[in-house]
Design a protein around this ligand. Structure first.
Ligand code: PLP
Length: 479
C-alpha cells in the first residue's frame, strides 16, 4: 500500500466506522449468528498472495459486521454495558498510527508521560489523594492481579526468589472479599498460586454489602489457625447488584491488621467524578490500590483499566526486573528518574492507551462526563420507580448507581417456576431485539439485570425496553 493508497483507504475506513455508528441503532443488538457460522465462511488457509482492500472490506461488511454483538448499540443493557465514544475512537486510531510500545520511557517519552498525566487528571476528578499513582492496563482482571501480587510480595518478599511451593515453613496466605466479588479475584488467586481455597468470601448484609464484623471474625479465625492474612478486596459497584462495600470500615480493619486493601471499582469507579456520589466510595481514599476502568463507564473504547497504587515503589518492588538489553541511560541518571512502565507489571510491551483517555477527557470536559453519568443514574432511578409501581414486577436490589435488578412476578409461583418464567422472559426480550439484557442470581434467586452505562442510551430506550418487558411478561403469563 503506497502513501496515496493508504490515505484513500484511511478515509474509506473512517467512513465505514462513521456509517457503522450512524446505523448501529437500526440493528438487533445480538446477531442472528450460530456458533461456527463465521468460521464456515472463512477460508482455512491464509492467502499466499496479497488481496485487494476492496475484497477485505467487502468481507468485513458482509461476513464480520453482521456477526458482531453491538456494544455501541443504545439498547445494549447487559453485563456492564460499555461503549466507545467518538473522541475515544479517534484516540485509538491515532495510537494505532504510531505503533508505539511504551515499555520504557526511552521507547516513548510522550506515551509514558501522557499516561502519568492523564491518570493524575482522572485521580483528581475522582477525588483521590496525590500518593495514589496510576498507570493503565488492559483490564481490571489484570489490574487486580497486579495489586494482589504486590500485596503478596509485601507480605512475603522472599517468595520472589524462593517461590511458593516446597516451603512447609511458609504459612498459607489468605485474601478476603465479599461473597459478591467479581470472579477476577478468584482468577488472581489461581494465577498467583495462592489457591481458591485461601480466598475468603465474606457474607454480605441484606443490601449485598460486605459485613465488616464477619470480615474481622474471619481474619481472627484464620490467624488462630496459623494462616497469614495478606489482603482484602472491597468492591464499590459489585457485578451483580452494584452494591458498595463499606470501604471505610474495611479500611480500618486493614489498618489494624496490617493488610493490603484493594478496591475493585472497575465499573462504578468512574461515577466518583460526580461529588454527590462520593459517599458511596467513602474510605476508598485509604486504599493501597484501586482499579477503575474508563472502558466500562467513561466512554473509552476497549481496553483501558487504570490501577492506582499508593506508592509506586510497591509495584516496582514486586515486578521490576531489568535485563541488560533494557537498561537505558535515563534509568541510571542522578536525581529523579522517569517512570519505566515495564517496571509496574508482568507485561513488557504496552499500548498507547493514554491517548484515548486523554482525548475523551478533553473533548467532553469533566462537566460533560459528569452530565452523562448523572443522566444514567437518573434513568436508573426512573426505571426503578416504574418497576416499583407495577404490581407484576419486583425490584430485587437497591439502585445506588444506574443498574437495576428485578424480576417479573407470577401469582402463586414457586421460586423454581419464577426462575423458569424469568429465564423465558429474558430470552424473548433479547430475541431479534433492539435490546440486550442479562441476568444474575441474588440470594439464590434468578434476577434480570439492566445496566444503563452506554453512552448512546437515552430515556426513550429505557422506556421502550420497559414496555417490551411488560408486554412480553403479559404474553407469557397468558400463554
Ligand atoms: N470487577 C468488577 C466489579 C467487574 O464487574 C468486572 C467486569 O465486569 C471486572 C472486575 C473485570 O473487568 P475486566 O473485564 O476489565 O477484567
Amino acid at each position: 500500500m503506497d502513501r496515496s493508497d493508504f490515505r484513500a483507504a484511511l478515509h474509506q475506513v473512517a467512513d465505514l466506522v462513521a456509517d457503522y455508528l450512524e446505523t448501529v441503532e437500526a440493528r438487533p443488538v445480538l446477531p442472528a449468528a450460530r456458533p461456527g457460522d463465521l468460521l464456515a465462511d472463512l477460508p482455512a488457509e491464509a492467502p499466499e498472495v496479497a488481496e485487494s482492500l476492496e475484497a477485505v472490506l467487502a468481507d468485513y461488511r458482509q461476513l464480520v459486521e453482521p456477526r458482531l454483538t453491538h456494544w455501541n448499540h443504545p439498547g445494549f443493557l447487559a453485563y456492564f454495558s460499555s461503549s466507545g465514544s467518538e473522541p475515544g475512537i479517534l484516540g485509538e486510531l491515532l495510537a494505532a498510527g504510531t505503533s508505539v510500545n511504551a515499555m520504557l520511557w526511552q521507547t516513548s517519552p510522550a506515551a509514558t508521560e501522557l499516561e502519568v498525566r492523564v491518570c493524575d487528571w482522572l485521580r483528581r476528578l475522582l477525588g483521590l489523594p496525590d500518593d495514589l499513582v496510576g498507570h493503565i492496563n488492559d483490564t481490571a482482571s489484570i489490574s487486580t492481579f497486579l495489586a494482589i501480587a504486590a500485596a503478596r510480595h509485601e507480605k512475603v518478599p522472599e517468595l520472589r526468589h524462593q517461590g511458593l511451593m516446597g516451603r512447609p515453613e511458609q504459612p498459607a496466605l489468605t485474601v478476603y472479599c465479599s461473597e459478591h466479588r467479581h470472579s477476577s479475584i478468584d482468577k488472581a488467586m489461581v494465577a498467583l498460586g495462592l489457591g481458591l481455597d485461601r480466598l475468603r468470601p465474606i457474607a454480605a448484609d441484606q443490601d449485598f454489602r460486605l459485613d465488616p464484623a464477619a470480615l474481622a471474625a474471619q481474619i481472627a479465625a484464620d490467624r488462630a489457625a496459623g494462616l497469614l492474612p495478606a489482603a482484602v478486596v472491597a468492591t464499590v459497584g459489585t457485578t451483580s447488584s452494584t452494591s458498595a462495600d463499606p470501604v471505610a470500615a474495611v479500611a480500618e480493619i486493614c489498618r489494624r491488621e496490617g493488610l493490603w486493601l484493594h478496591v475493585d471499582a472497575a465499573w462504578a469507579g468512574s461515577a466518583a467524578i460526580c461529588p454527590e456520589l462520593r459517599p458511596l466510595f467513602a474510605g476508598w481514599e485509604l486504599a493501597d490500590s484501586i482499579v477503575v476502568n474508563p472502558h466500562k463507564w467513561l466512554f473509552v473504547p476497549m481496553d483501558c483499566s487504570v490501577l492506582y497504587v499508593r506508592g509506586i515503589e510497591r509495584l516496582r518492588a514486586a515486578f521490576s526486573l531489568v535485563p541488560e538489553y533494557l537498561r537505558t541511560a535515563d534509568q541510571e541518571a542522578a536525581g529523579e528518574k522517569p517512570l519505566q512502565l515495564m517496571d509496574l507489571g508482568v507485561q513488557l510491551g504496552r499500548r498507547f492507551r493514554a491517548l484515548k483517555l486523554w482525548m475523551v477527557i478533553r473533548l467532553y470536559g469533566a462537566e460533560g462526563l459528569r452530565a452523562r453519568l448523572r443522566e444514567h443514574c437518573r434513568l436508573g432511578r426512573e426505571l426503578a420507580g416504574w418497576i416499583d409501581a407495577d404490581p407484576h414486577f419486583e425490584r430485587m436490589a437497591p439502585v445506588p448507581f444506574s443498574t437495576v435488578c428485578f424480576r417479573a412476578g407470577l401469582p402463586g409461583a414457586s421460586e423454581q417456576q419464577l426462575e423458569a418464567f424469568n429465564e423465558r422472559l429474558l430470552a424473548v426480550t433479547n430475541r431479534d431485539s433492539p435490546f440486550f439484557l442479562s441476568h444474575t442470581k441474588l440470594r439464590g434467586r434468578y434476577v434480570l439485570r439492566l445496566a444503563i452505562s452506554n453512552l448512546r442510551t437515552e430515556e426513550r430506550h429505557v422506556a421502550a425496553v420497559w414496555r417490551r418487558l411488560q408486554e412480553q411478561a403479559a404474553l407469557l403469563r397468558a400463554a
